[in-house]
Design a protein around this ligand. Structure first.
Ligand SMILES: CC(C)(COP(=O)(O)OP(=O)(O)OC[C@H]1O[C@@H](n2cnc3c(N)ncnc32)[C@H](O)[C@@H]1OP(=O)(O)O)[C@@H](O)C(=O)NCCC(=O)NCCS
Length: 146
């Protein structure tokens, strides 16, 4: 298992980004200015993460996804631990904006609720987004000290 920063041909990982964010346009908006990390397991790209700056003291995790057949093996957890130690050198806080349904996942890694952006998923996406049959409406922001 190794985690590498990828600077070229970031679009090649679009199928993975789309697992976490269904809009190619939205992904395109943060991919260029974001840092992309790819976790390779046995040479296969198993998990991706994109991090952008969020003000002078903070960064934001914009995308975290594990290839479906490789989920529940701890890859996203290992990616998060890697990101915490990497970004602790530059920032004090990491934010993540997500849907209600993902809150329990991030809480496990020490994120706590920060704020919400009302109607984000309705206002900024062309199609309604459903997770397990429930429509995503507000963007829930969580934060974690680094
Ligand atoms: C969320 C995601 C990145 C986790 O990746 P992963 O590599 O499977 O993560 P890990 O193996 O480290 O952790 C898996 C654990 O998280 C749990 N989990 C997954 N989604 C969860 C959720 N919405 N709420 C709570 N727990 C969740 C799994 O049940 C599993 O628990 P277990 O180990 O006790 O069985 C992956 O499910 C994924 O790519 N989902 C689609 C994209 C997405 O929603 N990304 C986040 C958007 S911000």
């Amino acid at each position: 298992m190794e985690i590498m920063k990828v600077e070229q041909r970031k679009d090649a990982f679009m199928p993975l980004f789309l697992l976490a964010d269904p809009s190619k346009d939205m992904v395109g908006k943060y991919l260029d200015q974001g840092d992309l990390f790819v976790l390779y397991a046995d040479g296969v790209a198993a998990c991706v993460a994109v991090v952008v700056e969020y003000g002078p003291d903070a960064c934001e995790l914009k995308n975290l996804a594990t290839a479906e057949p490789l989920q529940r093996r701890g890859y996203a957890g290992q990616m998060l631990q890697f990101l915490f130690s990497t970004y602790a050198q530059r920032y004090r806080t990491m934010y993540v904006g997500t849907s209600m349904q993902m809150l329990p996942y991030y809480r496990r890694f020490g994120f706590v609720p920060s704020h919400k952006v009302a109607n984000f998923f309705v206002d900024f996406y062309p199609e309604p987004i459903y997770e397990n049959g429930i429509q995503c409406v507000d963007m829930e922001y969580l934060k974690r000290s680094l």
